[in-house]
Design a protein around this ligand. Structure first.
Ligand SMILES: CC(C)(COP(=O)(O)OP(=O)(O)OC[C@H]1O[C@@H](n2cnc3c(N)ncnc32)[C@H](O)[C@@H]1OP(=O)(O)O)[C@@H](O)C(=O)NCCC(=O)NCCS
Length: 141
């Protein structure tokens, strides 16, 4: 069962800095076995879009490859849309995230361009965008 939480130890720093937009966990016998966070990102210049960065997404090794990561990603996308976000970004293997509709982004960032991916939640909002994407400070430390 997926539930929404703001108390995961995994994202304590993001939470204390008020950078978490969404935090979902999957529990089994009161143990968190999977977690996904959508956190604030900065777009420079800011043209008024509300976008989030998906990170971290993690599933305990003994529970991997049983669909939990996919379940978390699908729910994170759904809830991000419901929250009014225009788009999502993430860093990861395109072979995995392509299945959720993410595509390699052309936007500028300080991260490896091969792995920066985007998903429009509002159709067309990222087309021709020139802004630079920056994750919350916690990811740099
Ligand atoms: C990545 C991760 C969240 C996926 O969660 P999961 O519950 O194992 O994923 P699912 O069961 O929904 O999907 C499993 C599929 O993803 C693939 N997959 C898992 N990790 C992958 C990765 N890093 N790159 C590409 N494919 C990956 C598996 O091969 C499997 O493929 P299949 O469906 O064709 O069999 C999980 O493996 C994990 O926590 N890994 C360690 C942390 C990590 O690497 N996070 C960043 C990911 S880029």
């Amino acid at each position: 069962m997926i539930r929404e939480t703001r108390k995961s130890d995994l994202v304590k720093q993001l939470i204390s800095d008020n950078d978490v937009l969404l935090n979902l966990v999957v529990e089994s016998s009161d143990t968190i076995i999977g977690n996904v966070v959508v956190s604030k990102i900065t777009m420079t210049p800011d043209i008024g879009l509300f976008c989030g960065g998906v990170a971290p997404l993690s599933v305990l090794p003994e529970h991997q490859s049983s669909g939990i990561g996919s379940q978390l990603m699908k729910e994170a996308i759904k809830k991000s849309k419901e929250t009014g976000m225009n788009g999502l970004f993430l860093l990861g293997n395109p072979d995995y995230y392509g299945r959720f509709g993410f595509k390699v982004s052309n936007l500028e960032s300080d991260y490896d361009a091969e792995y920066l991916q985007e998903l429009e939640l509002t159709k067309g909002c990222l087309v021709n965008l020139k802004s630079k994407i920056t994750y919350a400070n916690e990811f740099m430390s």
